[in-house]
Design a protein around this ligand. Structure first.
Ligand SMILES: Nc1ncnc2c1ncn2[C@@H]1O[C@H](COP(=O)(O)OP(=O)(O)OP(=O)(O)O)[C@@H](O)[C@H]1O
Ligand SMILES: [Mg+2]
Length: 291
């Protein structure tokens, strides 16, 4: 096959591992910076121009699109789809998963467990918002945040009110969420490829930190998922239509609760924690679907 990896940086761990895994399985692989692609739209003749030539005879793409360039990245994936190229993550699924609020709505409808979440931009209702998610302490999240930045634990109702008012005043969109205390500053990530769990890890935040993000100093270890956790991760992935996904869940007294489904999940944490060759699983997924 001729495989394109859409990535802004060929030196990133995930990109390097995918290139390696593809070459090992005798595929030709090209790393393409989606921001440097021209999308040519013309009747029955969709084309992508990249670094002086047209990208032709491509069998499959693996999008690794950063959150800050979702719009342009999606347009490039869509163009490949128009060219009948198989994508490990479809443009539609990428858009769905990138909108945190809409993906929570879709997951809720699909019957996936979630921490109770309230979205409002009406400051006068703050009191009711706080009560709806079980009172203080509660979690407030910027809809545009990543890597744990923009996630706040408000210890009291007053603190929650001030933070909500401040965010609203800045025009930032924010959700309030029930605080799952028993998660103990940890979350679990299930890595899903083609409807199967290919690896799972537990991330524990550093001492005194409720956020488990590795970027915030958390550490990761391999875990065995319960049946319920597996089912939840697969259901969430399916609801969003993702071929490759990282499903983040909290272990709660009510069972697994999904926080988020990531459509460009990093490989470094999961491969290091599990010792598994996840990159190879992704390449095999392409092989099966391009056949
Ligand atoms: N409702 C909650 N109850 C308890 N802990 C939570 C809750 N929401 C988030 N956390 C903790 O905070 C961490 C960061 O939250 P979350 O994953 O929602 O935001 P993010 O990591 O900034 O965003 P993204 O995952 O999109 O990069 C989670 O991994 C989890 O450890
Ligand atoms: Mg997260």
């Amino acid at each position: 096959m001729r495989i394109v990896i859409l990535s802004r940086n060929p030196n990133l761990y995930s990109t390097r591992r995918l290139v390696e895994a593809a070459q090992k399985r005798k595929h030709e692989v090209l790393v393409v910076d989606h921001l440097k692609c021209n999308i040519e739209i013309e009747k029955k003749s969709p084309k992508i121009f990249y670094k002086g030539e047209y990208l032709e005879n491509i069998d499959a793409i693996i999008p690794r699109i950063g959150a800050s360039v979702t719009f342009y990245g999606t347009a490039v994936i869509r163009q490949f789809e128009m060219m009948k190229v198989f994508s490990a993550v479809s443009s539609q699924a990428l858009v769905k998963s990138r909108d945190k609020l809409s993906s929570l709505q879709i997951l809720a409808r699909a019957g996936v467990g979630l921490p109770k979440t309230v979205f409002t931009n009406y400051t006068k209702d703050v009191e009711h918002v706080v009560e709806s998610v079980g009172g203080a302490p509660l979690i407030l999240k910027l809809l545009e945040g990543t890597q744990g930045l923009g996630v706040v634990l408000a210890e009291t109702k007053n603190a929650a009110t001030s933070v909500l008012e401040a965010f609203n005043g800045l025009g930032a969109r924010v959700i309030a969420q029930e605080f799952i205390k028993e998660a103990g500053g940890a979350d679990i990530r299930a890595f899903v490829v083609d409807g199967k769990i290919v690896g799972a890890m537990k991330r524990q935040g550093k001492e005194g930190e409720f956020r488990s993000n590795l970027h915030r100093g958390g550490n990761a270890t391999v875990i065995e998922l319960t049946d319920e956790e597996e089912k939840t991760a697969l259901k969430a992935t399916k609801a969003l239509g993702l071929g490759v996904a990282g499903v983040d869940m909290l272990q709660s007294s009510k069972g697994p609760l999904v926080l988020e489904v990531n459509s460009s999940p990093g490989l470094e944490g999961i491969e290091t924690a599990t010792g598994k060759n996840i990159a190879k699983e992704i390449i095999r997924y392409l092989e099966i679907h391009v056949e």
